[in-house]
Design a protein around this ligand. Structure first.
Ligand SMILES: [Zn+2]
Length: 86
């Protein structure tokens, strides 16, 4: 079966009805502010996105790769668990 990528951060939110395995609900979380929100403290601000690649929370100082932070926010919103590939 192709297209069965449940639980993978890279493909979270891209599940399409008809392509998901039987019994696995598709998840369509909002992508709004996913690149501007710190997953743990929840601080959301444009200033958190220092550059296209870098994320630094203006509230707590947490720093990480911006794409990784965005993916974690999508995972959290979809109620998924990250896969082991990081
Ligand atoms: Zn923070």
């Amino acid at each position: 079966m192709t297209g069965a990528r449940r639980g993978c951060a890279t493909h979270a939110g891209r599940a399409v009805p008809g392509r998901t395995p039987a019994g696995v609900p598709a998840a369509f979380p909002s992508a709004r502010n996913t690149s501007r929100t710190r997953p743990d403290c929840g601080h959301t601000a444009r200033e958190n996105r220092v550059t296209q690649a870098d994320f630094t929370c203006a509230s707590c100082g947490f720093t990480a790769d911006a794409d990784h932070v965005g993916a974690m926010n999508v995972i959290n919103r979809a109620g998924l668990v990250p896969c082991d590939v990081a």
